[in-house]
Design a protein around this ligand. Sequence first.
Ligand code: C5P
Length: 220
Amino acid sequence: MPDAPVIVALDGPAASGKGTLGRRLASHFGYAYLDSGLLYRAVGWRMLREGKDPEDAAAAAIIAAELGENDLKSAELREDRVANAATIVAAHPDVRQALVGYQRGFAAKPPQGAPGAVIDGRDIGTVICPDADCKIFVDASVEVRAMRRLKELQDRGVESIYPRVLRDMEERDARDRNRPVAPLIPADDAFKLDTTDLDADAAFELAAAFIAARNKPDKS
Ligand code: C5P
C-alpha cells in the first residue's frame, strides 16, 4: 500500500501571503496545490452573474452543489466585488457543506498521483482536514496586508486608495472571523507564521523547514 498523501493545511486571512507561499511549497515538495478560496469566489461570481443576492443561502447552495471546473477559470474571480460576494456566500452552512467533498477528495487523492497536497483556505486545518500532517496559520497585521493588496491592485493597473483597501480588508476579516460556521481561527496544533515583518523568501524558509521536520520518518 502506498503511503497516504501528506496534507499541508495552510490557513489565514486575505493577503497574508498564503497563496504565494502555498504555490511555492507545493512546487518545492512536489505536492498538488488547491486554492480553496476559488471555490467560494466561483459561487459568489455566479450569484452576481445570475443577478442573485449573495445573501440568498438557498440559491447559493444550489450553485455550490453544481459547481464545475469551468467555473474556476474566469479571470473575474480575482476581482474585489467577487471576493466580497465570496465572504457572504461562505457564511452559509449549506454552501460550505456542498464544497467539503471536493476539498477532502483533493486531499485524499491529489491530482496526477502527487504524494501530497497543499490546501490554502480559512478552515482547512480546523474543519476540512483536521488530521492534516502539517497545519500552518499565516497571518500579518491588517495594515501590512492592506498595503500588499494595494500594491497588487496598482501593479494590475486597478485604481485604488489605501483607506478604501484597508476598510474592505477589515470588513472581510470581520465576516470571516465572526461567522458561526467554520470561522477563521488557527487550529490548536497549527504553526503560526506571522509574515508582518517577513518577505516571501523568509516565510517560505520557515514553512518549508516546519513541513520537512514534521515529515521526518521518525516524527513522534
Ligand atoms: O482566499 P480568498 O481570499 O480567495 O477567499 C475568498 C473568501 O472565501 C474568503 O474571504 C472567505 O470568506 C472564503 N473562504 C472560506 N473558506 C475557505 C476559503 C475561502 O470561507 N477555505
